[in-house]
Design a protein around this ligand. Structure first.
Ligand SMILES: [Zn+2]
Length: 312
């Protein structure tokens, strides 16, 4: 049993400037955690891979050609360029975005090709706020959506479920698929909160499940909602691939939001998703890192997630 762990040094080069929460310190915290675990011999079953860059064709299944040109063309030679109030590019940001998207694609290819059981793409920047033609919320390219499109268009996968447990709603992912019945998008998120989408009434063509949660929601209520409304909907949809927008900013220590999850909740939901994947999807789960801004909560939560993935 193998878990693929996608990492790339370009995630360290994408520099969002002083004081920005989505900083390369996030990736250094993840790398330090992985090195510590590897020294202990604790990452049995994990195979590290470097992703290729996403191709233009792969990007343009989600984004317009004009947008891809605009993002890659905006990368500065030095200093910073701001694409929106929160979304910054530095030298190296284009490469980081292409590798992050390429990881989701490569993970989908590898799992459908039977090379491994599941995969965790631990790259930055995150992606779920990126729209077809707009960078926002720290995101350049929507890697989870690009990965799902690879499954649909290249591999002929008939149904993909994407569970987004980042504390923010994945507006870009929802908008990509809200008229695409082959993809089910499900999200738990704090409400009200950035980006303002994700009302319960937003249902797409019956393929969107939003569960906004008030600030202060903790483990018990979150698990109840996930069990009753998210996991049951995935079970009914019977996906051939499960993808995860794995943001760890619903953790109680996170500085950007006010849900109260802990590491054990991420381990629990990972185990439940693997059970559903075993029933419907040949075990295939592709998880893509999104947010998570308290450095130790991010590292510990990602480790809890990875440890369940590798212990299938
Ligand atoms: Zn987030």
């Amino acid at each position: 049993m193998t878990t693929l762990l996608y990492l790339h040094p370009s995630s360290l080069e994408h520099d969002t400037g002083p004081g920005h929460p989505e900083s390369s310190a996030r990736m250094r915290a993840l790398m330090a955690m992985l090195e510590r675990e590897e020294r202990k011999g604790a990452l049995v079953g994990v195979e590290r891979r470097e992703p290729p860059r996403a191709t233009r064709e792969q990007l343009e299944r989600v984004h317009t050609g004009r947008y891809v040109d605009a993002v890659l063309g905006a990368e500065p030679v030095s200093g910073y360029v701001r694409l929106d109030p929160d979304t910054v590019m530095s030298p190296g940001s284009g490469e980081a975005g292409l590798r992050a998207a390429g990881a989701a694609v490569a993970a989908v290819d590898a799992l459908i090709g039977g090379e491994a059981d599941n995969a965790f793409c631990a790259l930055r920047p995150p992606g779920h706020h990126a729209e077809a033609e707009r960078a926002m919320g720290f995101c350049l390219f929507n890697q989870v959506a690009i990965g799902a499109c690879q499954a649909l268009e290249v591999h002929g996968v008939e149904r993909v479920s994407i569970f987004d447990f980042d504390v923010h709603h994945g507006n870009g992912t929802q908008h990509t698929f809200e008229r695409e019945p082959r993809v089910q998008y499900l999200s738990t998120h704090q409400w009200p909160l950035y980006p303002g989408t994700g009302a319960r009434e937003e249902k797409g063509v019956g393929n969107i499940v939003n569960r906004p949660l008030p600030a202060g929601t903790g483990s018990g209520e979150w698990r109840r909602v996930v069990e009753a409304d998210i996991l049951s909907a995935i079970d009914a949809f019977a996906p051939a691939l499960i993808m995860v927008s794995a943001g760890f900013d619903a953790h109680r220590a996170d500085p950007l939001a006010m849900l109260e999850l802990v590491e054990g909740d991420y381990a629990w939901v990972t185990a439940r998703l693997l059970e559903l994947a075993a029933q419907h999807a040949g075990g295939r789960v592709v998880s893509v890192l999104e947010g998570g801004y308290d450095l130790s909560a991010l590292a510990n939560s990602a480790l809890a997630h990875l440890n369940v993935l590798r212990e299938v």
